[in-house]
Design a protein around this ligand. Structure first.
Ligand SMILES: Cc1ncc(COP(=O)(O)O)c(C=O)c1O
Length: 456
């Protein structure tokens, strides 16, 4: 085993194809349903919201899909992203485990999100679209689409979840620097936003509401489409560049993971690191344990129901089969804004049902504690979302210590926390509360799940 710290690929080694796990799954993904007819969706149903190239990726079962050259050209600004061996964290934990992390915080936005923002902006521009609307929770996705949209000549309008808008004013400033417009959601700019504000003027917002607002505007204008930063098949596909690069880098390190860890909000960075390894295992390669880590305050994978549900709160999106807490559920306003989503990506949920990975949940206090240890040993201040993956990896390393096993752990450090320092300050001041979600609200949201025709 090499004692090297950084494992870097040449630009020429950047993957030229995305990996589609649907080609290797033992059972196909349950279809998405039309919100009006409750019948399986056809590509045409998605046309008001997405360009055809993106819709084709959404429904594709091809194993490899080419990354267009103009997209790879933009990726060269920060990709291939580095893989690190966390020697100092290992020493601090006194673990015989070897910990590796793939670092996605080197992108312009500071996270994995541009991996999908760039291709989505490219395909929309190719289709003649002029304007994109979107939602953002952590601010990372909104920043990414603002950056990518400008590169491809698109106007971008971002609905930022209110609580995150208030916590992170500099995220908005970055979006504006890239030329986008950013409004707090719920907003007065949409019929749905106004209806939420009429009932709850101080509503903290949620990703489900912000998605409804962005979709409402996109559906109204021919020159406008919608871009989603997670959950959908094509977004997960775009993120697989992470795991594919990590595989090459693990080979450089003369190692292979026994455990792969990622945090889950909508599921895209987790899928990005995990799907290439799961697929490799399904095709006869080694099968690492795969661990998804989610917040205890928004536990869709560990406490949600696997059922058809809407992707947004106003019920404008298609229904997909996923682990859900109910589309009307508003998670408490904790600091990992990117993980405050009621549902999980249908593909990630399907893989969970197929037993292809495990899921676990931690409180934000536990995750910040892990993130601070990581910052003090490895130097990078993780995004609050990424702290969940750090916590998951540390728990695995401590298990190895207890069991005297020298396993290899790989996790995805999906972003840095430079715009999240208010949350860190609150943590140090002891003001970061581990807010439980409202059990009654959860029960109500779950009891309101839509019923779908038998046999689907
Ligand atoms: C840094 C970071 N990590 C994780 C997430 C969660 O999204 P996903 O589960 O799609 O990776 C977000 C979402 O905004 C994020 O900004």
């Amino acid at each position: 085993m090499s004692q090297q710290t950084k494992f870097l690929l040449e630009e020429s080694q950047m993957p030229k194809f995305w990996y589609n796990i649907q080609a290797d799954l033992p059972q196909p993904l349950p279809p998405a349903l039309h919100p009006g007819t409750l019948q399986p969706l056809g590509p045409a149903d998605l046309e008001p919201l997405f360009p055809m190239a993106v819709i084709e990726q959404e429904v594709s079962v091809e194993r490899e899909i080419e990354i267009p050259e103009p997209v790879r050209d933009v990726f060269k600004l920060w990709r291939p992203a580095p893989l690190y061996r966390a020697h100092r964290l290992e020493r601090a934990l006194g673990t015989p485990a070897k910990i590796f992390y793939k670092y996605e915080g080197v992108s312009p936005a500071g996270s994995h999100k541009p991996n999908s923002a760039v291709p989505q902006a490219f395909y929309n521009a190719e289709a003649g679209v002029k304007r994109l609307t979107t939602e953002t929770g952590a601010g990372q996705w909104g920043t990414s689409l603002s950056f990518a949209g400008h590169l491809f000549g698109l106007e971008v309008l971002v609905f930022q979840v209110r609580v995150s808008y208030d916590q992170k004013p500099y995220r908005r400033a970055v979006m504006e620097t890239y030329g986008a417009r950013c409004v707090a959601s719920p907003s007065n700019e949409t019929v749905y936003g106004r209806s939420v504000l009429a009932q709850h003027p101080d509503h903290p917002g949620s990703l489900g509401i912000a998605i409804s607002e962005a979709v409402e505007l996109a559906a109204q204008r021919d020159d406008t489409k919608y871009a989603l930063g997670s959950v959908l098949n094509h977004v997960l596909l775009h993120q697989t560049i992470i795991g594919q690069e990590a595989m090459l880098q693990m080979q450089m390190a003369d190692a292979w993971p026994d455990v792969v860890v990622g945090c889950t909000g909508g599921g895209s960075n987790f899928a990005g690191i995990a799907f290439p390894f799961i697929g490799h295992g399904l095709r006869g390669g080694p099968k690492p344990r795969i661990v998804a880590v989610e917040p205890a305050a928004c536990p869709s994978l560990t406490r949600g129901r696997y059922a058809y549900d809407f992707g947004d709160t106003a019920h404008m999106t298609p229904l997909t089969k996923m682990h859900t807490l109910g589309s009307t559920f508003t998670p408490p306003g904790f600091h990992a804004g990117g993980l405050r989503y009621h549902g999980m990506a249908p593909l990630v949920s399907h893989c969970k049902e197929l037993g292809l990975f495990e899921a676990t949940a931690y409180t934000q206090g536990q995750c910040f504690e892990a993130g601070v240890l990581f910052a003090r040993t490895e130097g990078i201040v993780p995004a609050p979302e990424a702290n969940h993956a750090v916590k998951g990896a540390i728990e695995e390393a401590l298990r190895c210590k207890r069991e005297g096993r020298s396993e290899t752990i790989l996790f995805n450090l999906c972003g840095h926390g430079h715009f999240d320092m208010t949350a860190y300050q609150k943590y140090f001041a002891g003001d970061l509360k581990d807010e439980a979600y409202d059990e009654q609200e959860l029960a109500m949201a779950l009891s309101g799940l839509p019923s779908v025709p038998a046999g689907i």
